[in-house]
Design a protein around this ligand. Structure first.
Ligand code: AMP
Ligand code: GLY
Length: 426
């Protein structure tokens, strides 16, 4: 197959690593220096849909795979499908499950899918009304921007003062249009996990569960980020819990999307909060693969991944295309630029990328670029270091060993990825 992958993160690098084979030729846009070790460069200069279609036409592209949420929310799938190109990813209307928290929460409420108690508000609603609802939930309380905010649109407020400041900030345009409407919801206690369902809208294939580490600081402290590390499978997602998640969340949401004429195909990311009684509620749905979970999860996938994505794209899921590796764990630690998710410096030379340790370790590029024949830092999240092994502990040891060999001036990473699962002896 000829495949075009849209995106430029470590998620796309790991997707391309899985899609790449003797019989698949991969192009990537925008890509990054790591990706271009496996994929060809395009002549595209922007995300203009018409130009992307022109490229697909000229290069006889069989499948386009969309990595990030932004082009999905802008309708890239609808556009290319109208021109008869097979695309892995949901339509613009279906992608609203991620791009509008108000839509997503209303949908869950309408179809009885378990999630935190909430109400949505816009800037024309009175402060009194908003405060009244907040007080009825009690603190801490969660405020979410309605629209896309690069994973940073969620604030957890510990008291009324913090809450009122947050509301002011959001409504005065902290996330531009994205925070003109907000969702206020109850704070859920528990442990988070992510599950990816590759679906054609009717049926689905589940990838192994994963756990992300969203906070910047060790011990899950500090600001929320796009994700600082992940491992898979997540021991908290037992077979029993997974079965319940399928029957109370995954099947009902796919049916709900169908009933609303927004059939969802692509990767449905189910973000869960699992409480101490093993009850799961939805924290969020995303309309795409998670990053950095994907980098770990795909290490446990064997078989024809391209065939799986293609079968989803054409609306006829092939449930036999891939196999899940049993009895192995994969982990991923992000090397970031100190200062992320706020301001940080970039342009520093990365040393040690060619260190050979063992075959189980992979380096996926995220915020990197090439300058004077050297790889330099070019983003908040710079690299994802990944390994799979017979235990979570061993896979993490492999990753951290590799990390000690890779250096750049403002390198930052969390030293405690997997801490919860390791404390439970996994
Ligand atoms: P979201 O973008 O909705 O996934 O939120 C980002 C992160 O904020 C989640 O991964 C959680 O760590 C946290 N979060 C979001 N909603 C809640 C909630 N209702 N209760 C507790 N934590 C939450
Ligand atoms: N790792 C969280 C996300 O991709 O949204």
């Amino acid at each position: 197959m000829n495949i075009l992958v849209i995106g430029s993160g470590a998620r796309e690098h790991s997707l391309i690593n899985k899609l790449h084979s003797d019989t698949n030729l991969i192009w990537a846009y925008p890509g990054n220096p790591g990706i271009f070790q496996l994929a060809l460069k395009t002549n595209l200069l922007s995300m203009n849909f018409d130009e992307i279609f022109g490229f697909c036409n000229e290069n006889i592209i069989d499948l386009v795979v969309i990595g990030p949420e932004q082009p999905l929310a802008e309708g890239i799938v609808d556009y290319l499908e109208q021109k008869n190109i097979a695309v892995f990813g949901p339509s613009k209307l279906a992608a609203e499950i991620e791009s509008s928290k108000v839509f997503s929460k209303d949908l869950m409420q309408k179809y009885g899918i378990p999630t935190a108690r909430f109400q949505s508000f816009s800037r024309t609603d009175s402060n009194e009304e908003i405060t009244k609802f907040a007080n009825s939930l009690g603190f801490p309380i969660v405020v979410k921007a309605d629209g896309l905010a690069a994973g940073k649109g969620v604030a957890i407020c510990n008291d009324l003062e913090e809450f009122e400041d947050t509301i002011k900030e959001y409504f005065s345009g902290k996330f531009n249009e994205a925070s003109q409407r907000i969702v206020i919801e109850e704070f859920m206690e528990g442990e988070e996990a992510s599950i990816f369902a590759i679906t054609d809208g009717n049926d689905y294939v589940l990838l192994p569960s994963a756990q992300d580490h969203k906070r910047i600081g060790e011990g899950d402290t500090g600001l929320n980020t796009g994700g600082m590390g992940a491992f898979s499978p997540a021991p908290i997602v037992t077979d029993e819990i997974l079965e319940k998640v399928e029957s109370t969340i995954i099947k009902p949401i796919l049916l709900a999307m169908k009933s609303e004429n927004r059939i969802f195909k692509g990767c449905l990311y189910v973000g869960l909060m699992i409480d101490k009684n093993s009850n799961s509620k939805v924290v969020e749905f995303n309309a795409r693969f998670g990053d950095p979970e994907t980098e770990a999860v795909l290490e446990l996938v064997e078989g024809d991944f391209a065939a799986l994505l293609y079968s989803s794209a054409i609306g006829k899921i092939d449930k036999t295309a891939i196999q899940i590796v049993e009895n192995k764990f994969a982990s991923c630690v992000i090397l970031a630029s100190e200062g992320y998710p706020e301001s940080f410096k970039k342009g520093f030379v990365i040393n040690g990328l060619n260190t050979q340790i063992d075959d189980s370790v992979k380096i996926f590029h995220s915020g990197t670029s090439e300058k004077d024949n050297q790889i330099v830092t070019n983003g908040g999240r710079v690299l994802a270091i990944v390994s799979s092994d017979n235990s979570l502990k061993q896979s993490l040891e492999n990753v951290y060993k590799m990390i000690s060999n890779i250096n750049f001036e403002n390198k930052y990473f969390r030293n405690d990825i997997g801490h919860r699962a390791l404390n439970n002896n996994n």
